[in-house]
Ligand binder design. Structure first.
Ligand SMILES: *[C@@H]1O[C@H](CO)[C@@H](O)[C@H](O)[C@H]1NC(C)=O
Ligand SMILES: *[C@@H]1O[C@H](CO)[C@@H](O)[C@H](O)[C@H]1NC(C)=O
Ligand SMILES: *[C@@H]1O[C@H](CO)[C@@H](O)[C@H](O)[C@H]1NC(C)=O
Ligand SMILES: *[C@@H]1O[C@H](CO)[C@@H](O)[C@H](O)[C@H]1NC(C)=O
Length: 677
């Protein structure tokens, strides 16, 4: 024998089809239940269900949970013990029951209409009108003594029509939903000696005891969480004479309903006894409530707004970081660059190599931009990165092509170009790292050791050899355009290596072609450059002449702080030469420690290369021959003019407004140079 009459009806009036299906299902269920569950005999007067496993009905969960309603609206559910119990007979009317129930609402504060433990003469409630009546009464039958119904309602909602005290209460109803007595859901804690509120819609299982004592005519209702045993004091202790209400044969069970709000309403276990105390339920073995069915609480609008704001903020920050990162490493690559593929470096790698172009990594700053030391992340190779900014993309293609083609130049006296990278407004050139820096630092800074003559002479020959390679030994003539001590770098063995070759061309490209620019550095500029403005091998030779004098004399080609007559180095050397005391011009820091023939050769060759007439200057091949001693330097006529200004005997230089500092852009000084003649 088991729980049997278990029906569920949706009372929503406009669903005839659903109702038909439901009735059909109900019928099939009854058939099934009556066929399979008969014979599980239990005592007529008492029974206990620690879960409802025996009752194999759809609404009984596999774990034995009895589900009276689900989350659908306007629904009723009944579950009554199959056989009627004898009540109002000669024996006492006393009874005892306890059960564990749970309400798991859709939203925390809004649940179903409640569960009622019901003692009723019939278990047919098809006449019950609306779900507000907990599936027990209809509008006309509500309150009628003809009902003979006792109900203990567990009501999470409140209905003023029934005089409900407030939401979340327990009430004793006789023949109608207007409670005889009710109390807010709470329990008396024996331990703390006080009443503690309970929320019927908490979703937690709760224990309810109902005890009626015939002698005292007192109906006790006691509520408690399942975590504690039965409290000493009942929630309700109501005097009531059940003999006036109950009939001889009564069904016991549960009725529950949902309205516009709903919850899963479960009975987890039930124990009943007509003669004596009902057995205690084994709380620990009761079925579990499927918690995951509980809908997530609607978050507070403020919290929701905050969370959205946080999310938007995070997305913005991440997006900005992403864009910033992309921008940071953004490069310009064009199809035509494909052919230079192997020479292309990624900006990201160069950025990493130079620690983000940190100031501490700056090796030097030239007319084109800063040079940074770097270590390539993949190979640990030391590099120098020249960062050149340019305003225009005009001619960039030709320039890059030219620069990159120079990557194929290989000579031990040239600084090897390893590759390049291109960004908006920026070109990065990657060179071999030269550990000893540029030559001018050794010549002019006291921090570095003095270079002896052997080293100086070797550097001069090396640079001459590198320049010869550019002029004559490669597949095409490459002009350096800016030979000077600060463009000569020293490798680990202090070999001189020409750097920055071809770079001066940047000013031909990418700038306004309307204005003519002289490229190079004052003091190294051949006179014809200021007139014709066209660089030739001859102009490179002129600059090399100035460079040779610079190394031999240990001073810059133009030194405004010098005595009058010594401002221009070439003028001074030529004066010494005319006076036949050319060695007087040698670097005093050498203290006479040099090979006289070599010093004389370098000074005279320096003058020779600095000849005002381009035709009179030697070629780099000849220069090389002179330096190697393979050819004898010809006797120069004493009336030869040297230098850019051939200002023998003049001290006009003092009025010049510029210094020896590198000044690659010369268009504005053009006229001054001319007037200086
Ligand atoms: C109300 O229920 C009673 C039985 O309790 C029934 O006789 C009556 O017809 C029902 N009234 C309505 C309007 O359904
Ligand atoms: C607890 O509630 C009951 C009513 O259910 C009341 O009679 C009783 O005084 C309360 N006890 C305490 C300690 O608040
Ligand atoms: C009902 O509660 C009262 C008051 O706590 C108590 O005296 C009485 O014994 C209880 N009756 C039953 C049947 O539990
Ligand atoms: C040149 O560089 C090498 C390698 O870094 C170093 O050992 C040497 O001392 C340097 N020479 C001078 C003169 O600084």
């Amino acid at each position: 024998m088991s729980l049997r009459n278990f029906t569920k009806r949706n009372l929503f009036p406009f669903l005839p089809m659903a109702t038909v299906l439901r009735s059909l299902l109900h019928f099939l269920m009854l058939l099934y239940v009556s066929n399979t569950l008969l014979g599980l005999a239990q005592d007529e007067d008492q029974f206990i269900y620690n879960g409802f496993n025996q009752a194999k009905i759809a609404e009984i969960h596999p774990n034995g949970l009895l589900q009276l309603t689900d989350l659908s609206n306007n629904q009723v559910g009944h579950a009554f013990y199959q056989v009627p119990i004898k009540f109002n007979t000669a024996s006492s009317l006393s009874f005892s029951t306890n059960f564990v129930f749970a309400m798991v609402p859709k939203f925390p504060t809004e649940g179903g209409l409640g569960i009622a433990f019901t003692i009723s003469p019939s278990r047919n409630f098809t006449h019950s009108g609306e779900n507000w009546y907990l599936g027990l009464f209809n509008r006309s039958s509500n309150g009628s003594p003809a009902n003979h119904i006792l109900a203990i309602e567990l009501d999470p909602s409140s209905n003023k029509a029934f005089g409900d005290i407030k939401v979340n209460h327990v009430g004793i109803d006789v023949n109608g939903l207007k409670s005889n007595e009710s109390a807010p859901a709470m329990y008396f804690s024996n331990k703390e000696v006080k009443n503690i509120s309970l929320d019927l819609l908490s979703g937690n299982p709760m224990h309810l005891w109902i005890d009626y004592d015939e002698a005292e005519k007192l109906l006790n209702v006691t509520l408690a969480p399942t975590t504690i045993s039965k409290p000493d004091r009942p929630l309700l202790s109501t005097p009531i004479d059940l003999s006036q209400i109950l009939l001889e044969s009564m069904y016991v069970g549960f009725s529950a309903s949902t309205g516009g709000v709903s919850s899963y309403q479960y009975i987890l276990g039930w124990s009943f006894n007509r003669s004596g105390s009902a057995q205690s339920l084994d709380v620990l073995s009761l079925p579990q409530i499927p918690r995951q069915r509980k809908m997530k609480a609607k978050p507070e609008p403020m919290i929701l707004a905050f969370l959205i704001a946080v999310a938007v903020f995070l997305i913005t920050v991440l997006g900005a970081a992403y864009i910033w990162r992309r921008k940071k490493y953004e490069e310009i690559r064009e199809d035509w660059e494909e052919e230079y593929g192997p020479h292309r470096f990624s900006y990201k790698n160069l950025h990493k190599a130079t620690k983000g172009f940190k100031d501490t990594e700056v090796l030097g700053e030239g007319g084109f931009g800063k040079v940074y030391r770097g270590i390539l992340p993949s190979s640990n190779i030391l590099i120098a990165v020249k960062r050149i900014s340019h305003d225009s993309r005009q001619g960039m293609k030709e320039f890059v092509a030219e620069i990159v083609s120079m990557g194929r130049l290989r000579h031990r006296n040239l600084v090897q170009l390893l590759g390049y990278c291109r960004r908006r407004g920026e070109l990065l050139l990657v060179y071999d790292y030269m550990p000893n820096g540029s030559l001018d630092k050794f010549l002019y800074s006291n921090e570095n050791p003095n270079l002896n003559w052997v080293k100086r002479f070797r550097i001069i020959r090396g640079v001459a050899s590198g320049l010869l390679y550019l002029h004559e030994e490669w597949e095409q003539v490459v002009l350096h355009r800016d030979v000077k001590a600060s463009n000569v770098l020293l490798d680990a063995e202090l070999n001189g290596r020409l750097g920055d070759f071809g770079l001066a061309r940047l000013y031909d490209h990418g700038t306004n072609p309307q204005t003519t620019h002289l490229v190079g550095t004052v003091g190294y500029l051949a006179p014809e450059l200021t007139k014709i403005g066209k660089a030739t091998t001859g102009t490179d030779v002129f600059a090399f002449g100035a460079f040779m004098l610079e190394v031999a004399c240990g001073r810059r080609p133009i030194e405004v702080r010098e005595l009058p007559g010594r401002v221009s180095l070439v003028d001074w050397v030529s004066e010494c030469w005319r006076k036949e005391v050319i060695l007087d011009a040698s670097d005093p820091r050498l203290e006479g420690n040099y090979v006289v023939d070599e010093m004389e050769l370098v000074l005279k060759l320096g003058l020779f290369c600095s000849h005002s007439m381009p035709e009179a200057r030697p070629s780099m091949r000849q220069v090389m021959q002179f330096l190697d001693g393979d050819a004898k330097l010809p006797q120069l006529p004493h009336d030869s003019a040297f230098g850019a200004f051939s200002s023998y005997g003049s001290s006009d230089f003092m009025s010049f407004p510029f210094t020896q500092a590198s000044a690659p852009s010369m268009s504005t000084t053009d006229s001054i140079l001319k007037s200086g003649r």
